[in-house]
Every structure is written in structure tokens, then in C-alpha cells.
Ligand binder design. Structure first.
Ligand SMILES: Cc1cc2nc3c(=O)[nH]c(=O)nc-3n(C[C@H](O)[C@H](O)[C@H](O)COP(=O)(O)OP(=O)(O)OC[C@H]3O[C@@H](n4cnc5c(N)ncnc54)[C@H](O)[C@@H]3O)c2cc1C
Length: 409
């Protein structure tokens, strides 16, 4: 059971206002403001003092966001600035990194000066990521890495990569892995774009050929890679799930606005009633997601989330697909035109500020919600086994050295 420092809501709000006095986000640039936010302990309030936090209960981060929204026009979204670094890398470094790593990495991670990516998935290891084949071989003070990663979001602009590799193939799959922090500019790292149905290439394949990583950049101990990876994955699911923090906010808000703007265009009373029912149901589902996620978060036993994070991840992925499908129906035939086109480009969030464009883009992008960060099927397995205590799936590779487990291609 974690013990948190105490600070009441008023004191925390006062601290946020002091931050604004010191560096008003409407007047200074993003790095300056977010650097000051980190130094005031308001980056992630549950982190220790000196590492961007105040040692408070993580639930109090909502108060920081609320006070900033009330007082400033410029509001930054962590999950756009550095989704992997802030959403899951920081907690992994805090849990398993040396003091030196924490001091060097956490501040530029939060400000967005250094973007991070996650190199877990491989062509032969996605849902079963513990089956991965990228090899790490010790060579003096370094590790030598060879292999291929895939679906690596933001690898093309990243400074750091969270990487799991096989350091001992003679052990069963979960025991023979180690976890590294890779400098994405190191010689031998080759990043190539992968084209998505949105026309964007937000992710990549990454080839590693004789890449050297100093032993000091290992997170956790040799062979502890799976345990460290679970910390990253649980934080990922919490970051990806949870819906909006505000009632009626996020995608459901965009959908309702779209409907208000489009409904005057000659719809019959019967069709309007049917759409009203559908929107009402989606609104209720969005509110249920928000409240269920709050409950799941408050069930967290410590700063790092447990399997409860999979509740929000699963619910959000499935709901957002329904919301954006409804968005297309609200827009009617106009939804069939996709103005940005399908030519390969790197993501630009500015395109999506327009609600109509955002809905069309999100309809396509939301297909990925039930795949990224673990598929909905895998989330159901985790919930069944680790939250509800149902019997586990049969596992035929249990206890067998990884090198002896049959695998395709
Ligand atoms: C937009 C996007 C961004 C991503 N970003 C990253 C990233 O930054 N870094 C990274 O490492 N990875 C990333 N991924 C990869 C993602 O984690 C994997 O795609 C995902 O874990 C599924 O793996 P897979 O694609 O190999 O599918 P597979 O594991 O081959 O699964 C294929 C199908 O089988 C089902 N299935 C598999 N096992 C089971 C089971 N035990 N029970 C029931 N059904 C099962 C799956 O649900 C799925 O429908 C990203 C994916 C997407 C779509």
C-alpha cells in the first residue's frame, strides 16, 4: 500500500497559480512552460519531489489540469507531445532506472524536447510479445543488438526507444529477456515508415544491425525484461484508456456538435428520433467509460497501475469505434470524401482541428484503437484471468527454453 504526501485541493490549486505567475503558457514557449511545470512538481504529481512530482495521490493530477484550463488559453496535451515517453516511459524509468537516468531523462521527456518510442512488437511477436526474437549479446561494457521491430510509433522523431530483447535464448521465453533504453540515433538503427489507412505514417519498422547499447542503459537487471515490460504495458493501457476527464468531453462532444451542425439538412422526424436514441446511448456509454475508468484508477494499489488499466483500454477502444462510425452517418454522403487524401505523410494534428475532417480521420484511425497497446481480445483475456480470476488459457510453451519453442517463418 502506497502512502502519499498530503496537500489539500486548495493548496494544489494555489501552487498551479504560482506556476502560471512564473511561466504563463500563453506568454512563454512550450518547453519553458513545461520545464517550469516539472520544476514546480506539477508534471506528474505522484512522482517524488525533484522528479517532476510532489508525492501526491495520482488522482490529484486532474486538479492541476482543471486549474490550468480555468486560467490559461494554451493547454498542452501530454499524449500529443510525447505519448510514449510521458504515458509509459517515465513511470518505467522511475521504477527501474538509476538516479542518474532519472535526472537525465525525466525533465526533457516531460517538456517534449526528447520524444520517445516503444520497440516491443516484432514481425513474429505482437500479442505474444514475450516470444520476441531480437538478440542482445553482451560485449564488454556494451550489449550488441540485432533484429527487427515493427509498428514503432514515432520512431522517426524519437531520441529514445524503450526496447526489449532476448538476452538468453536457453531460458523459457519470459525469463530470457532484458530491457534497454536505446539511443535512436545510434549507428545501425534504421527507421522506415509504414503507411496506414489514414494516409499517415505515424509508425515505422526499425531494423537493428550490430547496434551498441551501454550496459548502464539497461532498465532493471539482466533477465528482468518481462517484469519491466509489464510496467510499461500497464501504464500504456491506462494512458490509452479512460475516456475524457470531463463529462461530455472528448469524442462524444465532437459527435454532438457535428450532429447539431448537420441535422437541419432535411432529415425526416423518424430518422431524427432514431439518431437521437443512438446519440443518447453513446453519450451514456461515454459517461460510463469515464466513471468506470475513474473507479479502475482509484483501485490502483500504487503509482503503477495493475491489470485494472485494461478495463479502460478495452472499453475506450470499442466505444470510440462506435462514436466515429456514428459520425460518418451524421455527416451523410459528405463523409465519403476524405480531403487529406491517401498520399503518405507524417501526422500533423493541425489538420484535425476542423470537426468534419477530424471525424473522417478518426473513423479510419479508430480501427487501430482495438489493436494498439494490446488487442481487445487480449484485453479480455487479461480481465478474465487477472481481474476475474477465471482459468488461464492453455500455454504449450511454458517452462520450455525459448530456442526450443517451434515458431513459424
Ligand atoms: C496504430 C498502432 C500503433 C502501434 N504502436 C506500437 C508501438 O509504438 N510499439 C510497439 O511495440 N507496438 C506497437 N503496435 C503494435 C501492437 O502492439 C500490436 O499490433 C498488437 O499487440 C497485436 O499484435 P499483432 O499485430 O502481431 O497481432 P497478432 O498478435 O498476430 O494477433 C492477430 C489476431 O489474433 C488475436 N489473438 C492473438 N492472440 C490471441 C489470444 N491469446 N487470444 C485471443 N485472440 C488472440 C488478436 O486479437 C488479433 O485479432 C502498434 C499497433 C498499432 C495498430
Amino acid at each position: 500500500m502506497s502512502t502519499y504526501a498530503t496537500m489539500n485541493e486548495d493548496e494544489l490549486r494555489q501552487r498551479v497559480r504560482k506556476l502560471i505567475e512564473a511561466a504563463d503558457p500563453d506568454k512563454v514557449d512550450m518547453f519553458t512552460f513545461r520545464g517550469a511545470q516539472f520544476d514546480h512538481g506539477l508534471a506528474w504529481v505522484n512522482f517524488p519531489v525533484g522528479y517532476g512530482g510532489l508525492g501526491l495521490n495520482p488522482k490529484m493530477q486532474v486538479t492541476v489540469a482543471d486549474e490550468l484550463r480555468k486560467n490559461c488559453k494554451t493547454v498542452y496535451d501530454d499524449l500529443i507531445i510525447n505519448p510514449i515517453g510521458i504515458g509509459m516511459g517515465a513511470a518505467t524509468v522511475l521504477t527501474y532506472g538509476s538516479d542518474e537516468m532519472k535526472k537525465r531523462l525525466l525533465r526533457p521527456c516531460f517538456t517534449g524536447e526528447e520524444v520517445w518510442c516503444q520497440l516491443f512488437s516484432e514481425p513474429g511477436a505482437g500479442s505474444d510479445v514475450a516470444g520476441l526474437a531480437t538478440r542482445a549479446v553482451r560485449d564488454g561494457d556494451d550489449w550488441l543488438l540485432n533484429g527487427q521491430k515493427v509498428w514503432t510509433t514515432l520512431a522517426h522523431i524519437s531520441k529514445w526507444g524503450l526496447l526489449v530483447a532476448r538476452s538468453n535464448p536457453d531460458l523459457p521465453k519470459h525469463e530470457g529477456m532484458s530491457y534497454f533504453l536505446l539511443d535512436m540515433q545510434a549507428p545501425g538503427v534504421d527507421v522506415r515508415p509504414l503507411y496506414q489507412i489514414t494516409g499517415e505514417a505515424e509508425f515505422n519498422e526499425v531494423f537493428l544491425q550490430d547496434v551498441r547499447i551501454p550496459h548502464s542503459r539497461m532498465l532493471g537487471k539482466e533477465g528482468q525484461g518481462w517484469q519491466v515490460a509489464l510496467t510499461t504495458l500497464m501504464n500504456e493501457r491506462t494512458a490509452l484508456g479512460g475516456g475524457s476527464q470531463q463529462r461530455g468531453g472528448g469524442p462524444i462532444n465532437v459527435l454532438l456538435q457535428l450532429w447539431k451542425n448537420n441535422r437541419a439538412k432535411g432529415e425526416s422526424a423518424a430518422a431524427e428520433s432514431v439518431m437521437r436514441d443512438r446519440l443518447t446511448k453513446l453519450y451514456i456509454d461515454a459517461e460510463l467509460l469515464r466513471l468506470t475508468s475513474q473507479r479502475a484508477r482509484s483501485a490502483q494499489r500504487s503509482g503503477n497501475p495493475g491489470p485494472e488499466g485494461s478495463v479502460g483500454k478495452l472499453a475506450q477502444a470499442e466505444l470510440y469505434k462506435k462514436i466515429w462510425e456514428c459520425g460518418l452517418d451524421v455527416m451523410g454522403p459528405n463523409s465519403l470524401v476524405y480531403e487529406p487524401g491517401y498520399e503518405l505523410r507524417r501526422p500533423a494534428s493541425e489538420d484535425r482541428r476542423d470537426r468534419t475532417l477530424m471525424a473522417k480521420y478518426q473513423f479510419l484511425r479508430s480501427r487501430a484503437n482495438s489493436i494498439e497497446g494490446g488487442t481487445s481480445e487480449v484485453m479480455r483475456n487479461i480481465l478474465g484471468e487477472r481481474v476475474l480470476g477465471l482459468p488461464g488459457e492453455p500455454r504449450t510453451d511454458k517452462g520450455i527454453p525459448w530456442k526450443d519453442v517451434p515458431r513459424g517463418g
